[in-house]
Design a protein around this ligand. Structure first.
Ligand code: GTP
Ligand code: SPV
Ligand code: MN
Length: 599
């Protein structure tokens, strides 16, 4: 480790770039926040080593068992700072309608004034880090850059894993001359003095008072979804809360699928799927391109091409086991930052559902583990790890042109009504299926868990503009030359009368993906219903799994009366957006209501 690495590259620190606009902004931020020193991050190993050493010294990180988890760390956050805070997240457009009823809104001038008052002097005694980063491969035309200023070394260490950060990103920014500006301070970690502000018209983010991933790693949800969705609309592409995976069949053909599930609803797990034994023996493979965010745009051939703008995974720890997600478990054996997990007596990370026979000694707050006081790991505890460590990481994941998408999948936690899988008739119907998505809330955001809400395209917390305009933007891809993916809806979370999941899920989800690919190729069979094309149990390969009669009936059934009520509610939801809602979606909803009435 080099002792010099901790010293700011430039003590004065505000004129370290060839780009005047960047120097000016850093100087302005420094004048407002008044840090002791300024450090421009170059992304080097020496810099990272020095930051880790500093965080070990001040207790921000604890070293995990070097034998079992080399170069891995535990971070315990403030107990009131463990998840995204949707009620404190704002989209600040000039016109309130542009943010839409789907976002909390504040007028830009008022928002700047409010949050700048919090930033005033907040970095006194601290170091201001300047993090130039690129979302997507450095050489990809689909990538976009940003600079995050933060006073949190934990944020720097995480951004280094999650993005292409440092010198190469700075060079691209200097060449392009533009970048998304993100200002972050962990502040006092007081929930009453916490704000996550987005100014899409200024390509600016200001986040104060939280060190938690989605609130603080500004390249992720703030930039790659809220700001990027706004940019994507203007520039003709899509920024989505989707995983990307490749399915290689025994003939060696690979089809790429992008899937939008709400937070903590199975993206990481599906992206890293290991085929069931019969499939493995036959030669099926699944490749991981991304587990959370997908940027896609039409290529010259009319197909949609997608990149994963991230370089790492910020994944949910609880439930991750050698059985449920062996690829994830293999990925996080070394060089991993764990946040808010429990610890064994010999300093190994531990969480509910890990299932390795070990026991927790310490809970996520650092107290002796006591099952009476709740779980050892926080339900939203996470790991941060480089995608390169994932055994299933796709050789195409770094391709600057992206991968061609054959199918788009929407899904959520739906204990009742919604079958295992169905297919949209066409693009407009598919957009309606996405717009109508519902799911039970999870621990990824503060607030009640298990409450049903509409979460269109899994973007309710992340769309940087009015959902009505967003659905219109989706519809606009249906042009004459387009070769659009087929759209599907899945539900891995259907429950039986006894409250247990009816579908085994995880690796067995490949059975459903295989049917989708069959549909894309025009080979697989389906039954037409008013809600779309459904397979019967006989249309899926169910060899090796045993479904009860109840499971078969509910997973492959179409419940007309329940859907009539659902579509009435979808109609009310669309109407809530007023005249801005595209007529084509309202017409589609009415067509389905009429078809459901026919009996
Ligand atoms: P974010 O990172 O918050 O965007 O979440 P994600 O969509 O990547 O969620 P993740 O894959 O981490 O899944 C979260 C939870 O869903 C875990 O508790 C998993 O065990 C559970 N889960 C994932 N896939 C399945 C499945 O196929 N069936 C069932 N029953 N549970 C699943
Ligand atoms: C999510 O909540 O959807 C996440 C975690 O992927 S965070 O990056 O914190 O938003
Ligand atoms: Mn997510």
């Amino acid at each position: 480790m080099s002792a010099d690495a901790r010293k700011p590259v430039n003590q004065a620190g505000t004129a370290n770039s060839k780009l005047a606009a960047l120097n000016t902004w850093v100087a302005e931020v420094a004048a407002l926040t008044r840090p002791d020193t300024i450090h421009w991050c170059d992304g080097s190993d020496a810099e990272n080593d020095a930051l880790i050493a500093q965080m070990l010294a001040d207790g921000t990180l604890l070293k995990l068992n070097e034998k079992t988890h080399p170069d891995s760390w535990l971070h315990r956050s403030h107990p009131d700072d463990v998840a995204r805070v949707e009620h404190l997240t704002f989209v600040c457009t000039t016109a309130q309608d542009d943010a839409g009823p789907n976002n909390h809104w504040m007028a830009p001038a008022e928002a700047h004034a409010k949050v700048d008052a919090l930033f005033d002097g907040c970095m006194a005694g601290r170091t201001l880090y300047v993090i130039p980063y690129c979302m997507g491969p450095i050489d990809s035309p689909l990538s976009r850059c940003g600079v995050e200023i933060t006073d949190s070394p934990y944020v720097v260490a995480n951004m280094r894993i999650m993005t292409r950060m440092g010198a190469a990103a700075l060079a691209r920014i200097e060449k392009e001359g533009s970048f998304v500006r993100g200002l972050h301070s962990i502040g006092e970690l007081d929930p009453d003095r916490r704000l996550i502000m987005h100014f899409p018209e200024e390509l600016t983010i200001k986040s104060y008072g939280s060190g938690y991933g989605g609130n603080a790693l500004l390249g992720k949800k703030c930039h790659a979804l809220r700001i990027a969705s706004h940019q994507a609309r203007n520039e003709g592409w899509l920024a989505e809360h989707m995983l990307i995976l490749g399915i290689e069949n025994p003939q060696g053909e690979t089809h790429y699928i992008a899937a939008a599930f709400p937070s903590a609803c199975g993206k990481t797990n599906l992206a890293m799927l290991i085929p069931p034994e019969g499939y493995r023996n036959a030669g099926w493979k699944v490749w991981t391109v991304g587990d959370d965010i997908c940027w896609m745009r039409p290529g010259a051939d009319g197909r949609l091409y997608a990149i994963n703008p991230e370089a790492g995974f910020f994944g949910v720890a609880p439930g991750t086991s050698a059985k449920s997600n062996p690829n994830a478990l293999a990925t996080i054996q070394h060089d991993t930052i764990f946040t808010n997990v429990g610890l064994t007596a010999d300093d190994q990370p531990w969480w509910e559902g890990l299932g390795n026979g070990q026991q927790p000694a310490t809970d996520w707050r650092g107290n002796p583990y006591d099952p009476e006081k709740g779980p050892a790991a926080h339900p939203n505890s996470r790991f941060t790890v480089s995608a390169k460590q994932c055994p299933s990481y796709s050789p195409m994941a770094e391709d600057p042109q992206g991968v061609p998408i054959s199918a788009i999948v929407f899904g959520g936690r739906r204990p009742s009504l919604v079958p295992l899988v169905f297919e949209a008739r066409d693009w407009t119907h598919g957009v309606l299926i996405g717009a109508a998505m519902g799911s039970e809330t999870t621990a990824a955001a503060t607030g009640a868990v298990g409450v049903m809400r509409r979460d269109p395209m899994a973007m309710k917390p992340f769309c940087g503009y009015n959902f009505a305009d967003y659905f219109g933007h989706w519809l606009s891809f249906d042009t004459s030359g387009a070769k659009l993916p087929k759209i599907f809806h899945v539900n891995w979370f259907r429950k039986g009368d006894d409250g247990s999941f009816l579908w085994p899920g995880f690796g067995d989800n490949l059975r459903v993906l295989e049917w989708m690919i069959g549909r894309v190729k025009g080979e697989a069979h389906a039954v037409e219903t008013p809600i779309g094309h459904l397979p019967t149990g006989a249309d899926l390969n169910l060899d090796g799994i045993d479904l009860s009669d109840e499971a078969e009936a509910k997973l492959f059934g179409f419940e007309r009366e329940g859907w009539q009520a659902e579509f009435a509610s979808i109609g009310d939801y669309l109407d809530g957006y007023g005249p801005r809602m595209p007529q084509a979606l309202k017409d589609e909803q009415r067509r389905i209501v009429a078809a459901l009435e026919k009996g």
